[in-house]
Design a protein around this ligand. Structure first.
Ligand SMILES: Nc1ncnc2c1ncn2[C@@H]1O[C@H](COP(=O)(O)OP(=O)(O)OP(=O)(O)O)[C@@H](O)[C@H]1O
Ligand SMILES: [Mg+2]
Length: 375
């Protein structure tokens, strides 16, 4: 699939954009703070209806304006799809999403129309960063491939916050035990669904990542991803999940009431990455972290291809310069061989050999404007 056209109004530092892109390589060249990342953010927003940066939606509106609009035309095997998202602070209805001109009511109906894999410098933190970052990686992938998962995750979060609210009041109101039991069962059911789905997807993503990692390291490194329930319980089989959760629920009950919060469930889980059996977080070198993240990203491309029959868009924010020549070449070859539409930002106008059969377009980004020629 590819993004044929992008239209922006008042999105970050872009006042108006109306641009056609190549189905292959689009290189966005510009100095710092000109709008390169903002452009990738807008494309990713079109795919997910959310910003991947820690921003509130209102912050995406251009300063001193009261709305933004992001629109795009996607070409895929399904044909042509128009996506439009408007966010308005001036009216009651803040956000409006349309797919092929029809208003949709749920974000989950947007997902899947445009699929993206984003690789940004902050992703290099996935391995060392907080568990929340690793969960987000998995949740994003699953939601894009399977919008039903996103719905279930929202339900889980609602039950979780109800349960936390109840737990906060319980010490002084022990009579709420019955109510807690109802929420326990709901949290257990939703949590079980979510973890099982994560395990299914990990069962696909993990071997793909291992394959790429072996290729990137000439077969030297055996990469593994494990799912960890509640910081310590390694789990592989979906059939084990429910029993483990039940036991966690029982084990933590008193503590939960005392501390006023839920102490088990998919919001407390984590992924553990290892190379040749050693935990990457504690033993990996800088280079191994970079290579592993690249391997995960390339595996995500294959994952989406296997799920939907089509490669997603690849958004590369400033990562070429983070990779050594060898890794960069492998990345370029992967993109080229699979004819993946790719948006690559760079502060330098250096040229890369993409081969004769790949079309490459350079666009120059300057203060929120996209130009075909260098000024
Ligand atoms: N809501 C907004 N309205 C107007 N301008 C904004 C808004 N949000 C961010 N900006 C501006 O957009 C500019 C460009 O940001 P962006 O992150 O896209 O730069 P970049 O080209 O990726 O730079 P770098 O090479 O440093 O990563 C920033 O200087 C910021 O001030
Ligand atoms: Mg940037």
């Amino acid at each position: 699939m590819y993004l044929e056209k992008l239209v922006l109004k008042n999105f970050r530092n872009y006042e108006v954009v109306n641009k056609d892109f190549l189905a292959q390589i689009n290189i966005l060249v510009g100095s710092n703070a000109q709008g390169k990342t903002n452009l990738l953010e807008s494309i990713n927003y079109l795919a997910t209806g959310k910003s991947y940066r820690p921003a509130k939606e209102a912050q995406l509106i251009q300063w001193k304006k009261d709305f933004f609009y992001v629109g795009g035309k996607v070409k895929s095997r399904q044909g042509s799809t128009g996506i439009e998202i408007t966010f308005n602070t001036g009216q009651k209805s803040l956000k409006e999403i349309k797919v092929n001109g029809l208003k949709i009511n749920k974000l989950s109906e947007l997902l899947g129309n445009l699929t993206t894999v984003l690789f940004a410098p902050e992703d290099l933190n996935i391995i060392k960063g907080s568990p929340a970052e690793r969960r987000r990686l998995l949740d994003n992938d699953i939601s894009q491939a399977n919008p039903g998962y996103y719905v279930r995750l929202q339900q889980y979060n609602r039950i979780l916050s109800q349960r936390n609210n109840l737990l906060k009041k319980m010490e002084h109101r022990p009579k709420s035990m019955e109510q807690l039991e109802i929420l326990d069962q709901q949290l257990l059911a939703a949590g079980n669904d979510i973890i099982k789905k994560r395990l299914t997807v990990l069962g696909k993503l993990s071997p793909l990542t291992r394959l790429v990692q072996r290729k990137l390291t000439d077969g030297e490194e055996n990469f593994e991803i494990k799912y960890i329930i509640n910081k310590e319980i390694e789990v592989e089989k979906e059939s084990e999940v429910e029993e483990i959760l039940r036991e966690e629920m029982r084990r933590h009950k008193n503590d939960e009431i005392r501390r006023g919060m839920s102490l088990w469930g998919p919001h407390r889980d984590d992924l553990r990455f290892s190379i040749n059996g050693n935990d990457l977080k504690y033993y990996g070198s800088q280079g191994q972290h970079r290579t592993s993240v690249l391997a995960i990203k390339l595996a995500e491309l294959e994952f989406f291809k296997a799920e939907s029959g089509e490669y997603p868009l690849l958004l590369l924010d400033d990562v070429m310069s983070e990779l050594d020549v060898n890794r960069r070449t492998q990345l370029i070859n992967t993109i080229r061989e699979r004819a993946i539409q790719c948006f690559i930002t760079s502060t330098e106008d250096t040229s890369v050999d993409w081969g004769r059969n790949t079309s490459v377009k350079r666009l120059y980004i300057e203060r929120g404007r996209i130009m075909e020629n260098k000024n």
